[in-house]
Ligand binder design. Structure first.
Ligand code: AHR
Length: 506
């Protein structure tokens, strides 16, 4: 029996809703087909956004959406994507499949999408191949309310009022596709570019995100903060919003970049390798967080994990540049493990964006023409949405190391617990074992459990949803929870993600 102690008296940190954020790039069939089909499409849509996808995304309460990339961002020139669509430039998407990008989805369409979803906007600017002026004018175009060249242009293009821009990324992966810079060079560029990301809307200052490390490149984190963070301190008065977040990117690809492995055809060894690599996120946010603590002990700057998820070989027969992959119970576990880690580190991790929202990498939705399916990952986001803006409470669960080989051992269980505004506890637990169930005995400190509602995503490790069988994996009710003297007891089956909502006894 694994001992689980949950102490709601000890509130640890707020779980920002943005931890449950998403990422949508001009890549493959994410934006085009997956989200945007155009007003004239036979597929039901509102202002070009497909209704089925928007409704499904609203259900999981997408809190924030990052756009337009990714690597695409540092080649994107925003003025190509405004004005009458027939006049917009057609260009080659050099990064992703070499297909024609017709720019029919641009700034106006992105904000329309955010409005339909009811989410915050996170626009990623072009530092790698764009100018300071271009970045500055984009921010003016989006946010300035008054008479100015960019505000006038926005009005002439049909949108008199400015939009609310909550987050702005100053470049993307500038150690790689964003210009192959070294940390010192990028940090100086960051200092310069961000100066002109003006806060025109004083009620909603823009939160600026600095391009951060790839995986475990701790030298990047230290190098960028040494050059950029010190400047912020020296210029405290002028520095409002100088840097609000540092981005981290980490993908799980079980067999390395060259041969990442199939999304659907894998064995038990691959299962543990994948989950081991997902669990590595805990070390990454801890160690990057330690470096950030040296500069920013008050944790004012968020670690923004704005690209995370599984990255497997593309589905056979699909364009290798489109990064289209299926999604199984294994992905559900990766999502559950990762989101528990983010919750546990919510004092430092202020936003995260799974890559990517539709039809690319670890998507929550897949589409095929007019059809749409929800992936196992979607269902985990659906269960975990209760954590959004709730308070993380102190909890610890006894675990043991499991796996087939020493190198790829993982803890058998992961968990996190939050308390929502109504005083209910939300307990999310993952069972990483491919074959074993585990009984759990939970002690709830000073909390007499009343009503308990349980839900679960589980199945054989390869189970997935397909267009032929869209509901194999779904959220099912989990009612095998017993209220005990001290708390709760339940047994979690293998390959499972569980969510319990516990109300106080009246
Ligand atoms: O998400 C796919 C790509 O992965 C992004 O464009 C890039 O930022 C990262 O390398």
């Amino acid at each position: 029996m694994a001992k689980y102690v949950i102490n709601p008296n000890k509130k640890v940190s707020k779980i920002n809703k943005e931890i449950y954020g998403h990422f949508s790039e001009h890549l493959g069939r994410c934006i085009y087909e997956g989200i945007y089909v155009g007003e004239d499409s036979q597929i039901p849509n509102r202002n070009g956004m497909r209704t089925d996808v928007v409704e499904a995304l609203k259900k999981i309460k997408v809190p924030v959406l990052r756009w337009p990339g990714g690597c695409f961002a540092d080649e994107y020139h925003w003025m190509d994507g405004i004005g009458p669509k027939e006049n917009r430039k057609k260009m080659i998407n050099t990064h992703w499949g070499g297909v024609v990008e017709d720019n029919s989805f641009g700034t106006h369409e992105f904000f329309e999408l955010c409005e339909q979803l009811g989410c915050e906007a996170y626009v990623n600017g072009n530092l790698g191949s764009g100018t300071v002026r271009e970045m500055s004018e984009w921010v003016e175009y989006i946010t300035f309310n008054g008479v100015s060249p960019m505000a006038d242009m926005r009005a002439a293009n049909g949108h008199k009022d400015p939009w609310k821009l909550t987050y702005f990324g100053v470049g993307n992966e500038n150690w790689g596709c964003g210009g192959n810079m070294n940390p010192d060079f990028y940090a100086n560029e960051y200092r310069r570019y961000q100066t002109y990301v003006r806060n025109y809307d004083k009620d909603h200052p823009i939160k600026k995100i600095c391009s951060g490390p790839n995986v475990d490149d701790y030298a990047w984190t230290r190098g960028v903060l040494e050059t950029a963070f010190g400047h912020q301190m020296e210029n405290a008065d002028a520095s409002h919003g100088f840097m609000d977040g540092l981005a981290l990117h980490y993908y799980v690809h079980p067999h390395g970049w060259q041969n990442k492995g199939s999304a659907t055809d894998f064995d038990e060894k691959d299962w543990y390798i994948t989950l081991n690599k997902a669990y590595f996120m805990d070390e990454l946010v801890t160690r990057h967080g330690y470096i950030m603590d040296e500069f920013d002990p008050d944790k004012r700057i968020g670690l923004i994990v704005d690209e995370w998820g599984t990255w497997f070989d593309v589905e056979p027969g699909t364009n290798p540049g489109f990064l289209y992959q299926q999604n199984t119970i294994r992905d559900a576990l990766v999502a559950g493990i990762t989101l528990n880690i983010f919750n546990k580190h919510s004092d430092r991790v202020k936003m995260a964006n799974i890559a990517q929202m539709v039809n690319v990498l670890q998507s929550v939705i897949l589409t095929d023409g007019a059809d749409m399916i929800l992936t196992p990952t979607y269902h985990v986001f659906d269960m975990y949405k209760s954590h959004q803006d709730a308070m993380l409470v102190d909890s610890s669960l006894e675990t043991e190391q499991i796996g087939l080989e020493d190198e790829w051992q993982v803890p058998n269980l992961t968990e996190s617990v939050s308390e929502d505004a109504e005083g209910r506890l939300h307990i999310t637990v993952t069972n990483l074992s491919a074959s074993e169930s585990y009984p759990i005995d939970a002690v709830l400190v000073d909390f007499a459990a009343g009503e308990v509602q349980g839900e679960i995503v589980s199945g054989e490790m390869h189970e997935m949803n397909t267009f032929e069988a869209p509901d194999c994996v779904q959220v099912r009710s989990f009612d095998q929870v017993t209220v005990t003297e001290q708390g709760l007891s339940f047994t979690i089956p293998p390959c499972a993600v569980v969510h319990l909502t516990v109300s106080r006894k009246a």
